[in-house]
Design a protein. Structure first.
Length: 670
């Protein structure tokens, strides 16, 4: 295929993610797109559990999306890969993984509720990735729909570069559709046409000096010039077109699909180049086993290929490459750069695995930070192995669960975002694995950090044969720094192969500090190391590293860190005083409240531990009129009167004799 032909092929494809706050209408909009394109015969219903992209039993039962769903359709000769993502904050990790593989986005905002918590979180991520984005104001037929107010809110809270390219005709029960402000509609039908049209013309004029002069002289611009400027700005992620609709009635969906293929960019990539891609989603098929969804950025893969370095070098052969066709599958056999498909045969694939070369794969954007941990409980001892295997499989599909299997204590712990995710996990374990698993109450995930600088030393010289000497310098770093590790030891005293083993084991050694929590915000420097020509084995440094690190932490001491949320609270003015007192009791740090019409907006930071039940209490405290949005803001040092210790998994390396015996599988001989 010539380069020109390949560019034409890429131009006929779009990879688009659809995002929103829960209940804004993502899945309904996706269903209407599939119906309008002819991909399905009738649009499914979220409430009835018939949506094509809600395949899990728990999704159909609850009427919410908990997993990202990949579907496809053709529109105006363009093949569209569409990823419908969850809207609930508990499943933000699915949104995070989908963002990585998109070339453009649809962000849905409810015309009645406006910009909500998840909307702002996703918007910030879209901007950091510079993904071209279309904003779709849905539910224009709902009571309370306010297109002008929502547009003002979008431009204030998201971006002033959000510009309407349509004007709605009516609202609430009177909503009839939209008119095209780019020259294809009768402006007299809409009360908002003049104001929205002026907003659009000004946005186009501001991007080009010649257009600006013409606009200032004539007071208007030709539709062709406005459309050209808008198209260029949208694809460059400099302007964000705003459209309106009521997806449940099919109004505005076709116009949205037109805008998707016209204003969002095609993918780039060379099918003849090196293979480069990423696994961003896993599923389990009764027949095919583990299925890995892959976005390919470069090269081409096909059935029966074994990709060097693919799926983290597992060397598994591709048995089938397929795409969804409604609820059926089509074996396409080949996946080329710029496209997305499901790959079968990679039984050991994990989410985030690089396929081939990592060179063309963009970095991941972390949105989801689980701040809670829960313990799993099962009915009988006989089910223990099955529960372990099931939880490991779910953790492969969602690495954010960070399964901790404490084998000595026969305990399983999972990290979660919130109570809805815990309920969904229990449902999936029952429906998919036939296991009745319950979860204990959630507890907050704390961390530790060194209280000061100090050295840790270990001389692991017995019982022979063994020889490993290490000295670490441990220093605290500012909040949010994570772990920094460096080595100053020379290769002749400690071979590079042994130093590499130490570097691998330091993060593992810091997973449990003096209080049992992960240790963070520190610099660890290897300042001394020594091996023995005859007696040293690589395993010696696997054992010695945790002992040296824990010796250092025992000398420096650690401070407890607690997670903190950044919050924004909007309440009727009459409740503001009561809410501020409540926030102060929860140790919140708040700014001066800002009046906004008849409401007050309060912003600040709030410890997670003191506010677990606050969202539930807010409704009763404000008669359902309070609106809270919150996102993770990092960790801060906990007050001295907060002392939370976590049970340690395994033998503490500070008990060196016992730790050595356990590491050498000789503990039972004591």
């Amino acid at each position: 295929m010539t380069a020109t032909a390949q560019q034409g092929k890429e131009a006929r494809r779009r990879n688009i993610g659809i995002f929103a706050h829960v209940d804004a209408g993502k899945t309904t909009t996706t269903e209407q797109m599939l119906f309008a394109s002819g991909r399905i015969r009738a649009a499914g219903s979220v409430d009835d559990g018939t949506a094509q992209t809600d395949s899990l039993e728990v999704e159909r039962a609850r009427g919410i999306s908990v997993r990202a769903a990949v579907t496809r359709f053709a529109w105006q000769g363009i093949d569209v890969n569409l990823v419908d993502t969850p809207g609930h904050v508990d499943f933000l990790a699915e949104v995070e993984r989908s963002l990585r593989v998109m070339d453009g986005a649809i962000l849905i905002v409810s015309a009645a509720e406006g910009v909500q918590a998840q909307t702002e979180v996703v918007w910030q991520a879209l901007r950091e990735l510079q993904l071209p984005t279309i904003l779709y104001v849905n539910k224009m037929d709902r009571v309370g729909a306010d297109p002008e107010g929502v547009l003002r809110q979008i431009r204030r809270l998201l971006s002033p570069a959000a510009v309407p390219i349509q004007a709605p005709v009516g609202s609430e029960d009177g909503f009839q559709g939209t008119i095209d402000l780019l020259g294809g509609g009768d402006g007299e039908k809409s009360e908002w046409a003049a104001a929205f049209g002026q907003m659009l013309a000004e946005a186009a004029a501001e991007r080009d000096e010649a257009l600006l002069m013409r606009y200032l002289e004539e007071g208007s611009l030709p539709a062709a010039d406005v459309k050209a400027s808008l198209s260029d700005g949208a694809r460059r992620s400099e302007l964000y077109p705003v459209l309106f609709g009521a997806s449940a009635r099919g109004l505005g969906v076709r116009e949205l699909m037109d805008a998707m293929v016209e204003l969002l960019p095609p993918p780039a990539g060379d099918p003849a180049g090196d293979v480069s891609g990423v696994v961003f989603k896993l599923e389990r098929d009764p027949t095919m086993g583990r299925i890995a969804y892959v976005r390919l950025y470069g090269g081409t893969i096909a059935n029966r290929d074994v990709i060097a370095g693919g799926a983290e070098g597992t060397g598994d052969k591709i048995t089938q490459i397929r795409k969804a066709d409604g609820k059926r599958w089509e074996d396409v056999g080949v996946l080329e750069a710029g496209d997305i498909a499901a790959v079968c045969g990679w039984s050991r694939a994990r989410i985030g695995d690089i396929v081939g070369s990592p060179g063309g794969v963009p970095g991941a954007r972390q949105l989801a930070v689980p701040l809670l941990t829960v313990q799993a409980f099962w009915r009988s001892e006989a089910e223990y192995p099955a529960v372990v295997a099931a939880c490991q499989e779910l953790a492969d599909e969602d690495p954010a669960l960070a399964l901790q299997w404490m084998q000595d204590e026969r305990e399983l712990h999972l990290k979660v975002m919130g109570p809805i995710q815990t309920e969904v996990l229990a449902s999936v374990l029952q429906s998919r694995f036939g296991l009745a698993v319950t979860f204990g109450p959630p507890s907050v995930i704390y961390k530790e950090t060194p209280a000061g600088a100090g050295e840790g030393y270990v001389a692991y010289l017995a019982p022979k044969p063994c020889w490993a000497i290490l000295r670490f310098l441990i220093e605290p770093l500012p909040r949010g720094s994570g772990l920094v590790y460096v080595s100053k030891e020379r290769g002749e005293r400690l071979l590079d192969s042994y130093q590499n083993e130490v570097a691998r084991r330091v993060p593992e050694a810091l997973r449990q500090g003096l209080l049992g929590w992960e240790v963070t915000d520190l610099k660890v420097t290897l300042i001394e190391g020594e091996h023995h020509v005859w007696h040293t084995h690589p395993l010696d440094f696997v054992i010695a590293t945790p002992m040296g690190i824990m010796d250092g932490l025992a000398r420096t001491g650690t401070r407890l860190l607690e997670p903190v949320l950044k919050f924004k609270l909007s309440v009727p003015a009459e409740f503001a005083g009561k809410l501020m007192n409540e926030l102060l009791l929860m140790r919140a740090v708040i700014g001066a409240p800002e009046p906004s019409g008849e409401r007050m907006e309060i912003e600040g930071r709030l410890p997670v531990a003191d506010s677990l039940d606050f969202p539930a209490r807010l409704g009763s405290m404000t008669k359902g009129r309070g609106v809270l949005s919150a996102s993770f803001a990092g960790y801060q040092e906990a007050p001295a009167d907060v002392a939370v210790q976590r049970k340690r998994s395994g033998v503490n390396p500070l008990d060196q004799a016992k730790f050595i015996l356990a590491a050498r599988s000789a503990l039972t001989a004591m």
